[in-house]
Design a protein. Structure first.
Length: 563
């Protein structure tokens, strides 16, 4: 944690760790302020825990949570009062530091000029110029819309991309590879970027946790403006995106790719016990190593693996954890002593029938108790019990290890917007990925309404399609290329072998390689090499750099004809 100085008394930063608290005390700080609501993301220490450790280090602790899009006057006054009440230095933090910096900036309205306030935050790395009207109006108008004169202060870009994950970065890179003069901004609050397909391999003891993470700054394409904030909402009629720090960002074209939200609170008891008491998940960077720890430590007992109802990202990931764990136990000679069950909320083991037979061979070979239409609905971590909803009623099972795939949903700011369909996802044409009602808006990745599998491989194919069709739109042309629903799921059925599932809309098989080289319906070693070696390289050095290897967009009429 590196504090960003605003004044001689106050500094701000992204989320701090518990281990940072003694260092702050030693550096002369007397007060720590958290501006994050509890439960904003997995692995985040809650306020009560932070308070306990802060006080143990000799620090005061204040919790002034600011929800996304709600930097209200009361929170500003509380923040100002807390800072003024402390004689020593004060450190405030939130997810990225932006909310904390914004609270300070708004608290200075009437105390110093807007130019001075905004220059201070800019020097610390926070561009808050969109707050100028509110600072000047001394909170007379809340940012529900534009205050008088604020339209002139809103930044505007050729393209605004919401989301700095795989889909957003790949789209920016694909756009720039075609037109390097485009003015592009990416809205992304996180300072770290993850190769999420690698977390299965972390949980299987194959990849290191660190190898799946890089800084967000290192993957933002050169020349793209990075806006470190979260989205509050959309105003498509005004071609504006409103951010939670009060900024209003205008655009000629908008790309919406914020991903899908992991609903850890959707299963009662899960969040409280995740990462301990034998409860783990490869869907979290923080807990994927715990999966491998549990697998190595389990010599006998009961291991349960779960999969929630669709949609989820990487629908094969729950099975990947299952198979890799069983393979390890088999190699160590302990599988016969472990009762393994897979509770899948769906009606089938896999959604494309051609891949079910080879997967069933492993289910039977490992002796896995396959429970279909069985949904995890509760976790008692201390009691080590999991409750499932089945067709015959609720069933509770004891466990020694529980691997959970959490239910997933669209981000709230998207679900509640005019851009969403009834399910909350960006409502796009499944071929062109253009919004069905707003012609200058496109959606892709896990947040799109398309029926494809939500995988990084899908985003790799979608990004060039969005790039070409967006440029067509800016030039006054109709979209010219199409997406066929391609998704890929390398199912790690054992260490060294993978069933490479590749398919498009309606379950149509779409293999990337000739059958003599890779037969996706059979477990093969070459597919393992692809997953373990080639795909990470392609992700970091191809997809995120605008190199469209095995992803060249095809004319939309050709795509439709082949459907």
């Amino acid at each position: 944690m590196v504090p960003k100085t605003l004044t001689s008394k106050l500094s701000v930063s992204p989320q701090i760790a518990i281990d940072d608290l003694p260092a702050l005390a030693q550096a002369g700080y007397g007060l720590v302020i958290s501006n994050r609501p509890d439960g904003e993301e997995p692995g985040q220490p809650d306020a009560a825990t932070m308070r306990r450790h802060a006080e143990a280090a000799g620090l005061r602790f204040e919790h002034i949570p600011v929800k996304s899009g709600e930097i209200g006057d009361d929170a500003v006054r509380q923040f100002d009062a807390a800072v003024e009440s402390e004689a020593r230095k004060v450190h405030a933090f939130c997810r990225s530091g932006t909310r904390s910096a914004s609270l300070w900036a708004l608290s200075q309205a009437g105390k110093q000029t807007a130019d001075a306030i905004l220059a201070t935050t800019a020097n610390a790395g926070y561009d808050l110029k969109a707050l100028r009207p509110r600072i000047g109006n001394s909170f007379a108008t809340k940012m529900a819309g534009y205050p008088d004169g604020s339209r002139a202060n809103a930044s505007r870009h050729d393209v605004v991309i919401v989301g700095g994950g795989a889909a957003g970065i790949a789209t920016a890179a694909s756009l720039l590879s075609r037109d390097s003069k485009l003015d592009i901004a990416i809205v992304e609050p996180r300072e770290e970027h993850y190769y999420q397909p690698g977390w299965t391999m972390v949980g299987g003891g194959i990849f290191t946790q660190k190898s799946t993470r890089r800084t967000e700054a290192s993957v933002i394409p050169s020349g793209v403006r990075w806006i470190k904030s979260a989205v509050r909402g959309f105003r498509p009629g005004d071609n504006v995106v409103d951010l939670e720090d009060g900024q209003a960002i205008g655009y000629r074209a908008l790309v919406v790719a914020p991903g899908i939200m992991l609903d850890w609170d959707g299963i009662p008891g899960l969040r409280e016990t995740l990462g301990r008491n034998g409860v783990t998940s490869n869907y979290s960077y923080a807990t994927a190593p715990y999966t491998w720890e549990l697998v190595q430590g389990l010599k006998e007992g009961t291991a349960l693996f779960t999969q929630p109802p669709m949609p989820i990202k990487c629908a094969g990931a729950p099975q990947k954890a299952l198979y890799l764990s069983c393979d390890h136990w088999k190699r160590k000679g302990s599988l016969a002593n472990i009762d393994v069950a897979f509770h899948n909320a769906g009606p089938a083991l896999f959604g494309v029938k051609e891949y079910v037979p080879p997967l069933m061979q492993y289910i039977e070979g490992y002796g896995i108790d396959l429970q279909l239409e069985s949904k995890l609905v509760g976790v008692d971590g201390l009691g080590r019990k999991a409750t499932f909803s089945t067709k015959s009623g609720e069933v509770t099972r004891a466990f020694d290890m529980l691997h959970v795939c959490p239910p997933q949903k669209a981000p709230a700011f998207l679900k509640d917007s005019a851009l969403a369909n009834e399910a909350g996802y960006v409502e796009v044409d499944p071929t062109t990925l253009r919004h069905v009602r707003y012609p200058n808006i496109f959606g892709l990745g896990d947040a799109a309404s398309t029926s494809n599998a939500k995988t990084a491989a899908a985003a790799r194919q979608q990004a060039p399609v969005v790039a070409v069709n967006l440029l067509d739109m800016l030039a006054g042309r109709e979209p010219s290329v199409g997406y066929n629903g391609y998704g890929s799921c390398p199912l790690t059925v054992e260490r060294g072998k993978i069933v490479l599932a590749e398919f498009g809309y309606n379950g149509k098989l779409l293999p990337s390689f000739p059958k003599w080289l890779i037969d996706g319906t059979k477990p093969q070693r070459l597919s393992w090499w692809l997953k373990a070696e080639a795909l990470p390289f392609i992700y970091w050095n191809g997809m995120l750099k605008g190199h469209e290897w095995l992803a060249s967009p095809q004319p939309s009429d050709k795509v439709k004809a082949a459907a």
